[in-house]
Design a binder for this molecule. Structure first.
Ligand code: CP
Length: 325
């Protein structure tokens, strides 16, 4: 169980933290997606504010860069009435040699209700969650998991196609270093989709096959008949040495363009968690294809999914007003 120890709860989500998708039950994933649906509508209203998290404090603790995840957690918490503090490595005492755990325990002394943490170290968020009193959300730990990304991807697919069960989803690109791929594999498998991973042999680790996916090194074969094509960025910040001969050659064999997309279903949809590197893993025309690309919708769903996660996790904490009527 990578989510957290089970908690007594009547929310249908018996976890104190959200550390990963691995170990979540289908009903728990469905609960988060259903709740997120209601927040999609709220976010489209002129007045987006509610008081669900009034009195709560959320700290965004980011030791890696982020545009989508950090901003959407901040927006999500503020739209629900929480106070939000953002800390990034550049302006934290980590620069002076403080460890991640000491930083977390220092922040814990200020009684935050939720810590949202992104770190380059796989497993570090799990360790940190054992040292703090509030709920911890994994906003991406190394190449391990990025649970809210998989949830927002699932919501995007479900809204467009009405289901996850029975779909064929091809996750393509730098599988080796991708926490997005891992979380999506766990979620899609749990919800009954067929998952394929497509990558150059150097970026396709053998153990991935044990996660219950079909592995392909030929992109055209990997895309054959699939409903969804999910592209991933080359995570060069996690690479030591060269895993592909050149960006040009990578695009030629594994970059998504209309020619390779021909083997997928005629109405196959395109996804990318961002940030995108146009002309490396995806052709600009494909990325901007309004009829088939879900990339902007994924960003919108990110706010709603994070609202749902914060809602459920804070319901499992002691009341913000100490239980007073
Ligand atoms: N998809 C994603 O995690 O994007 P950011 O790095 O911008 O948060």
């Amino acid at each position: 169980m990578k989510t957290s120890a089970a908690q007594p709860s009547n929310t249908g989500f018996p976890h104190r933290h959200l550390l990963g998708i691995e170990g979540l039950k289908p009903a728990e994933i469905t609960l988060l997606l259903d709740l997120a649906e209601s927040y999609v509508e709220q976010n489209r209203q002129p007045d987006k504010k509610r008081a669900v998290l009034r009195g709560r404090t959320l700290i965004n603790l980011f030791f890696e860069t982020s545009t989508r995840t950090r901003t959407s957690f901040e927006l999500a918490a503020k739209r629900m009435g929480a106070d939000v503090i953002n800390i990034s490595v550049g302006d934290s005492a980590i620069k002076k040699g403080e460890t991640l755990l000491d930083t977390a325990m220092t922040l814990n002394a200020m009684h935050p209700d939720v810590l949202v943490v992104r770190t380059p170290f796989s497993g570090a968020v799990n360790l940190l969650s054992q040292k703090v009193n509030g709920a911890v959300v994994n906003a991406g730990d190394g190449s391990h998991e990025h649970p809210t990304q998989a949830l927002l991807d699932a919501l995007t697919i479900r809204r467009r196609l009405g289901r996850l069960q029975g779909l064929t989803v091809a996750i393509c690109g730098d599988i080796s270093h991708s926490r997005v791929a891992r979380s999506n594999v766990h979620l899609l498998n749990t919800m009954g989709a067929r998952v394929r991973v497509v990558a150059p042999p150097t970026l396709l680790p053998g153990p991935f096959a044990r996660l219950g996916v079909e592995c392909f090194t030929d992109m055209r074969k990997g895309l054959e008949g699939c409903d969804i094509v999910m592209m991933l960025r080359l995570q060069s910040e996690r690479m030591q040495g060269a895993y592909v001969p050149s960006v040009h050659e990578y695009f030629r064999f594994w970059g998504l363009d209309y020619e390779k997309l021909e083997t997928a279903k005629p109405d196959a949809l395109i996804m990318h968690p961002g940030p995108m590197n146009r002309g490396v893993e995806i052709d600009s025309e494909v990325a901007d294809d309004l009829g088939r690309s879900l990339i902007r919708e994924q960003v919108e769903m990110g706010v709603a999914v994070r609202m749902a996660c914060l809602d459920v996790l804070t319901r499992n904490l002691a009341p913000a007003n100490g239980g007073a009527a």
